[in-house]
Write a new protein. Structure first.
Length: 186
């Protein structure tokens, strides 16, 4: 494993076990068996390291989400099933806690959650929507941003509308599907 990958692996581990506050450069360096200057040389700052670690773990998690969705028969069904699987994964994976419970001064609160990289990543996972509905292509960045905003809100703020997977499916069909311009499922 190369040095950069060792650092990212250690950062994900620290996020999983200690959250953002425990993911210090010193703790990551110790976990990776490297010096603090080596970590700084590769990432420059704690914020940059956290951002890349969260991107890495989010990408891995979202790839498994898409695999779990399986066969769907419509764009609305694909969208809803992807969001249900993503919510479950975000709630279950400890390294993603900074996305679920962001703290002031972290990369999440400071505005990076809906930056071009995040929207691009979400867009890649939502790209099967275009196979169902090619007319959505020009709106995919906005659809991706809308889905990010819904996902974060649902994961952070549980309610009786979103508590179970079936409740969440019904809610998403009522609210998210129309919000992105899809007709409701039959």
């Amino acid at each position: 494993m190369d040095v950069r990958q060792r650092i990212l692996t250690a950062a994900v581990d620290r996020l999983s076990t200690s959250g953002y506050s425990g993911m210090t450069i010193s703790a990551v360096a110790a976990r990776a068996g490297l010096s603090r200057p080596t970590v700084y040389a590769h990432f420059g700052s704690r914020e940059k390291l956290a951002s890349e670690a969260l991107t890495l773990v989010s990408s891995r998690m979202l790839a498994s989400v898409v695999e779990q969705v399986g066969e769907t028969t419509s764009a609305a069904e694909y969208l809803v099933e992807t969001m249900v699987s993503a919510c479950a994964a975000f709630r279950a994976h400890p390294a993603l806690a900074p996305l679920v419970q962001p703290q002031l001064g972290t990369v999440i609160v400071d505005g990076y959650l809906v930056d071009a990289d995040s929207v691009g990543m979400a867009r890649r996972f939502l790209s099967p929507l275009v196979a169902f509905r090619p007319d959505l292509e020009p709106d995919m960045d906005e659809i991706a941003e809308t889905c990010i905003r819904f996902l974060v809100s649902i994961v952070q703020f549980d309610s009786s509308n979103t508590r179970t997977c079936d409740d969440l499916r019904r809610y998403l069909h009522r609210r998210l599907v129309p919000a992105v311009g899809l007709p409701p499922a039959p």
